[in-house]
Design a protein around this ligand. Structure first.
Ligand SMILES: *Cc1c(COP(=O)(O)O)cnc(C)c1O
Length: 409
C-alpha cells in the first residue's frame, strides 16, 4: 500500500516512539521465553527432593517441601558461602519460605535475578530503617482481622499463611512468626460486621494469601457473604497464581464461579514470573468468568525500569490479567533496599501512556501513612485550567488547548 509522504512521516515518528523498547524487549525474558532454563532448574529440584512430576503439580506437596533455610538452596542456585550465614540470620528474624516451583524461576547465572531478590533473604534486611506497620493497619482495624479504611469496602484477613514470604512484605508484622490459623469463629464475627453494616458493598478477602485456606473454608465464606444482600462484589487477594500456581485447581475455580461476581487480584512483579504454569492458572480463573487484576509493587532492582514494566503489563494482558495498581513501596522495616524514589515511578507512568494499550496502564498508588489510604500519583498533563480555557500537553509533549464551557454556563 502507498501512503502519502505526510502519513509516512507520521508513522515513522510513531515507530520512533517505541524504537528503544522494541530493541530491548527481547532481552527481558518472560518465564515462557526462558522456560528451558526453568525446566532445567525444576529437574534439579525434583532430583534433590526425590520427587515426581505428579508431586510437583500438587500444591500440598509444594507447600510441604518449601525451602525454609539455606539447607539445600546451594544445590539449586549458586550461593556464595558468605550468603549462607546471613540467610539463616535473616530467616530467624523474618520468616523465609519459598516453594520449589518459585525457586525454579531463579536464574542461577544472574546474580541480580529479580526472582531471587524477591524470594531469598538478603543481608540488607537486617538494616533497621523503616517501621513495622507504616499503614497503621492496627489503628484502622475494626475487629482483629478486618481493616476498614474506606466507606463502602473493607478487607478481611483470613490467614497469615503464604506460599512464599516475599522479602519486601508490607505485613511482616503479621507474617512474622508462625502460621496462624484464624479460627472460623473470628471469620464469622467479621462476616457479622459486614452483615450489620449495610454500606459495605465490596468485601476483599486477603491475608497472608487468601487461597492458602482450604477450599471448604473458601466456599463457606462465599456462601455466607453471598447471603448478605448488600454485598455486591467479593474479591480475593492471592499471589498463588505467581508463587504457587498449582493451587489454582479445578475444584477451586468450580467453587469460586458459583458465587459471582467474584474478582481475583494477584501480584506479578516481573515478566519472568509469567510461566506456562502461571498462564494456565490465570486462564483457568479467567475461563471461570473471574476478572483478574494485577497489583505490582515497585521494587528497586526488580522492576524499577520502564521497559520491564511495559513488558510485564503487555504480557499480563496476553494471559488475561489487567494491570490494576502499581504500589509505591512502603517504608516497612527490613525492606529499605527495595525502596525507590517517586520520580522513578512517575517516569514509568509517563513512558507507558501513549506507547502501549491503555489496558496495560495501571494506576500508580502511594499509601498515605497512618491509614490515610491509597492516593494516585500521575504525571501532570494539565498546564492551565482557566475559567473558559484549558491547556494540556499530550503524551508526546505536544501542546493543545480546549474550550472549557458547560451548558450550565
Ligand atoms: C487496598 C484496600 C482496599 C481496596 O482498595 P481499592 O482501591 O478499592 O482496590 C480496601 N480496604 C483497605 C483497607 C485497603 O487497604
Amino acid at each position: 500500500m502507498e501512503y502519502s509522504k505526510g502519513v509516512n512521516e507520521r508513522f515513522e515518528r510513531l515507530r520512533k516512539e517505541i524504537a528503544d523498547y522494541e530493541s530491548i524487549k527481547g532481552t527481558i525474558l518472560t518465564g515462557i521465553e526462558d522456560y528451558e532454563k526453568i525446566a532445567y532448574q525444576k529437574k534439579k529440584i525434583l532430583k534433590y527432593l526425590n520427587a515426581t512430576e505428579e508431586d510437583y503439580n500438587d500444591y500440598r506437596w509444594q507447600m510441604k517441601n518449601r525451602f525454609t533455610s539455606s539447607k539445600g538452596l546451594s544445590e539449586i542456585i549458586n550461593l556464595p558461602d558468605k550468603d549462607i550465614g546471613y540467610i539463616n540470620a535473616v530467616a530467624s528474624k523474618y520468616r523465609f519460605a519459598v516453594s520449589p516451583y518459585y525457586l525454579s524461576l531463579i536464574d542461577p547465572e544472574n546474580p541480580a535475578c529479580p526472582i531471587k531478590k524477591q524470594a531469598i533473604p538478603s543481608a540488607e534486611e537486617l538494616n533497621d530503617m523503616g517501621e513495622l506497620d507504616p499503614m497503621d493497619e492496627k489503628g484502622t482495624a475494626v475487629h482483629e482481622i478486618i481493616t476498614r479504611r474506606y466507606p463502602d469496602r473493607l478487607i478481611i484477613k483470613v490467614t497469615n499463611v503464604c506460599g512464599m514470604f516475599c522479602r519486601f512484605c508490607q505485613r511482616r508484622r503479621l507474617i512474622g512468626e508462625t502460621d496462624k490459623i484464624v479460627p472460623r469463629s473470628k471469620i464469622q464475627t467479621a462476616i457479622e460486621y459486614v452483615r450489620e453494616n449495610r454500606e459495605i458493598r465490596d468485601v476483599l478477602i486477603t491475608g497472608g494469601d487468601a487461597f492458602m485456606v482450604s477450599d471448604e473454608l473458601i466456599e463457606w465464606m462465599l456462601k455466607e457473604l453471598r447471603a448478605i444482600p448488600h454485598v455486591e462484589i467479593i474479591r480475593f487477594g492471592s499471589r498463588t497464581p505467581v508463587t504457587l500456581p498449582q493451587r489454582i485447581t479445578k475444584n477451586l475455580v468450580d467453587i469460586l464461579k458459583k458465587y459471582h461476581p467474584v474478582f481475583v487480584n494477584t501480584h506479578f512483579n516481573h515478566p519472568r514470573e509469567i510461566t506456562p504454569e502461571a498462564k494456565k492458572a490465570c486462564e483457568m480463573l479467567a475461563d471461570a468468568g473471574i476478572p483478574l487484576g494485577n497489583q505490582m509493587v515497585l521494587l528497586n532492582g526488580v522492576n524499577n525500569d520502564k521497559f520491564v514494566v511495559r513488558k510485564l503489563n503487555q504480557q499480563l494482558l496476553t494471559i488475561r490479567v489487567k494491570p490494576y495498581y502499581i504500589f509505591h513501596p512502603k517504608t516497612v522495616k527490613g525492606t529499605s533496599h527495595f525502596w525507590v524514589k517517586i520520580e522513578e515511578g512517575l517516569e514509568i507512568m509517563e513512558s507507558l501512556r501513549g506507547r502501549t494499550s491503555g489496558l496495560a496502564i495501571p494506576t500508580y498508588i502511594i499509601n498515605g501513612p497512618k491509614g490515610l489510604g491509597k492516593t494516585p500519583i500521575m504525571p501532570n498533563y494539565i498546564l492551565y485550567l482557566g475559567k473558559d480555557k484549558a491547556a494540556f500537553r499530550n503524551w508526546q509533549g505536544e501542546f493543545f488547548e480546549v474550550e472549557n464551557y458547560s451548558s450550565g454556563g
